[in-house]
Design a protein. Structure first.
Ligand SMILES: C[S@@+](CC[C@H](N)C(=O)[O-])C[C@H]1O[C@@H](n2cnc3c(N)ncnc32)[C@H](O)[C@@H]1O
Length: 299
């Protein structure tokens, strides 16, 4: 099983005329079934809870429920760290997990096969996928030119579409080497998303794709605090929650050499993502979602 395997069917083409929906889907309900967002721990010099409150009208309407939601979130976190394998090590399940780091380093040369529907992904039935990958690239290109750091940039597949000054950062040397080939006259560097080698507010925007949704609660908090510390704007792109998909799962990933790897992954509705980062929905597709948050000045 590899990226986005659940819910995908074999053999199929894009649905003719299908278009990803930008902005909110009418009638979409906030995902309260498994709320994850919580008030983060103090980390670095920025506390995410200081960031601007959600701007989605629907989220404002349900804002009064935040205190209750936080309590539920706390219980969810306790559940998370105690259920899977029964120990707390899962709280470092992705960004601080050595095996996951090795997995992505090994996957680098074949990573884009996921986006491009090649190799192991050629047989996947992902209606509308290719159209939406193009739309996602257009969305990235539509972001106003500013000083951007793309955290966990991977192969640079999306980073290359960023306008203006951009630095790509990833933990994997192989990913960074690949991203650098796509970023002539720009920089890709090796670094830790949870401990960024970057001064406070050195950038205007943090962009991150398909990283946030992999993080267990403690890593999520650390990442959001770091993102807020290094830039006032945060744009998070992730995998959309689709019908029939388990929102949180441990996936068994298979690479081209047949090796298997265990990866934690969440699928989010656009509203859930916006709520979690304290922002607004900026892309709402069938396969991808994105949200943007604006943070106030650092204390
Ligand atoms: C699913 S890929 C996403 C790549 C790219 N952003 C995209 O949207 O396709 C996740 C990436 O996170 C990187 N990563 C994992 N832990 C990290 C960490 N602690 N610091 C920086 N990058 C990390 C991996 O090396 C991998 O390239």
């Amino acid at each position: 099983m590899t990226e986005n395997q659940p819910g995908e069917n074999r053999r199929g083409e894009d649905r003719p005329g299908e278009k990803p929906v930008w902005g909110n889907r009418p009638g979409e309900k906030p995902a309260w079934r498994k709320p994850i967002w919580r008030r983060p721990r103090e980390s670095g010099s920025c506390v995410v809870a200081r960031c601007r409150p959600p701007t989605e009208p629907a989220l404002l309407a349900i804002g009064v429920g935040h205190r209750a939601a936080w309590l539920v979130n706390l219980l969810t976190i306790v559940d998370f760290v105690t259920t899977e394998d029964g120990d707390a090590t899962d709280d470092a399940a992705f960004a601080r997990d050595r095996a996951t780091a090795d997995y992505y380093d090994q996957r680098a040369p074949e990573y884009d096969e996921w986006y491009e529907g090649r190799g192991r992904f050629a047989e996947r039935d992902r209606p509308g996928w290719h159209t939406e990958v193009v739309q996602l690239a257009e969305f990235v290109a539509s972001l106003s030119p500013s000083k951007t750091i793309d955290i966990a940039c991977g192969s640079g597949f999306l980073t290359r579409h960023v306008r203006g000054f951009v630095v790509g950062l990833d933990q994997s040397r192989s990913m960074v080497a690949l991203a650098q080939t796509r970023l002539p006259n720009r920089t890709a560097l090796v670094g830790d998303a949870l401990n960024l080698p970057v001064a406070d507010r050195a950038f205007d925007r943090v962009l991150t794709g398909h990283f946030y949704g992999h993080l267990p609660p403690a890593e999520r908090s650390a990442f959001l605090a770091e993102a807020c510390r290094v830039a006032p704007e945060l744009v998070v792109i992730d995998s959309a929650l689709r019908p029939g998909i388990e929102p949180e799962q441990w996936q068994q990933r298979v690479l081209n050499d047949g090796s298997t790897h265990r990866v934690f992954k969440r699928y989010l509705t656009a509203r859930q993502l916006a709520e979690e980062i304290g922002g607004e929905v900026v892309f709402n597709g069938s396969w991808f979602v994105a949200a943007k948050a604006i943070h106030g000045p650092l204390p």
